[in-house]
Design a protein around this ligand. Structure first.
Ligand code: UDP
Length: 245
């Protein structure tokens, strides 16, 4: 029997130790938060849905040579992952302007970017996860220049795969957030999750309707309703796309 001790509880997941110090168990929760946890709620079935979507996407990425923390999924809301030292960075990739990019630059929501934009945010709730400059990132020693280069390259590769994958789901990948960590050999691996909590996903069949098209956490953030249905819809399309691979 594995010894499970809770070592961390975040907004969307609980992490437990296992009998193997190199392996952790992530328990995906239905709890939902937004705006730095000022808005709180629950999305029924979210834990299962986000774990299944993330597991499938990590498997697909691994098959394409991108290393992730994913090991396997022993239960619908559980993922066994490699124990990593997570870098305190939120790496955001954007294809279309939305969210904070529009608030901070005045770009209109829906503006198609000429090329993907990779941004680094400081993962620090007390500071409200501020946008970093390269110099600030190095000043705070959040990662080395080599790690930043590798992360940028990986983030663009992951974006290319995810854009193609979601296109086959009839979904446009607007933007998403990634996290990376180091294993015991200092190898950089993709961590956390890739799900409707961490991606903006717009339904191509409703792309002209700014409310109907949203299939992600913006339905919760903006009280658009039908949150569970949207998450379910993404899951069904992801499963279909994986099957038809
Ligand atoms: N994102 C995330 N966690 C965060 C902040 C952002 O998963 O703590 C995701 C978000 O869902 C979106 C992308 O990163 O897909 C870009 O988010 P943005 O910077 O626009 O922030 P927002 O306005 O969503 O807070």
């Amino acid at each position: 029997m594995s010894v499970q001790t809770k070592i961390y509880e975040g907004k969307a997941k609980i992490l437990y130790t296992t009998h193997d110090p190199e392996i952790l168990l992530a328990d995906f929760k239905d709890d939902a938060t937004a705006f730095n946890a000022q808005k709180r709620g629950s999305i029924q079935g979210k834990g299962n849905i986000n774990n299944i979507i993330s597991s499938k996407l990590f498997q697909q990425l691994e098959a394409r040579g991108i290393k992730t923390h994913y090991i396997d999924s022993p239960a619908p809301n559980q993922m066994r992952v490699k124990a990593l030292k997570i870098l305190p960075l939120e790496v955001v990739v954007r294809n279309i302007a939305a969210g904070s990019l529009c608030k901070q630059t005045g770009l209109a929501v829906g503006t198609v970017l000429k090329q993907p934009l990779v941004e680094f945010y400081y993962k620090n709730d007390e500071l409200g996860d501020p946008l970093l400059t390269g110099d600030r990132l190095f000043l705070l020693e959040l990662a080395t220049p080599e790690q930043v280069d590798t992360i940028t390259h990986l983030a663009l590769q992951i974006n290319k795969f995810l854009c193609d994958f979601f296109r086959r789901c009839d979904i446009t990948l607007v933007d998403f957030k990634l996290e990376f960590g180091l294993d015991s050999q200092q190898q950089l691996l993709l961590a956390d999750e890739i799900s409707p909590d961490t991606c903006r996903l717009w339904d191509n069949s409703a792309v002209r309707d700014p409310n109907l098209r949203v299939l992600d956490k913006d339905r919760f953030r903006q009280d658009l309703g039908n949150v569970e249905n949207a998450y379910q819809e993404v899951l069904q399309r992801v499963l279909k796309a994986v099957e038809s691979n």
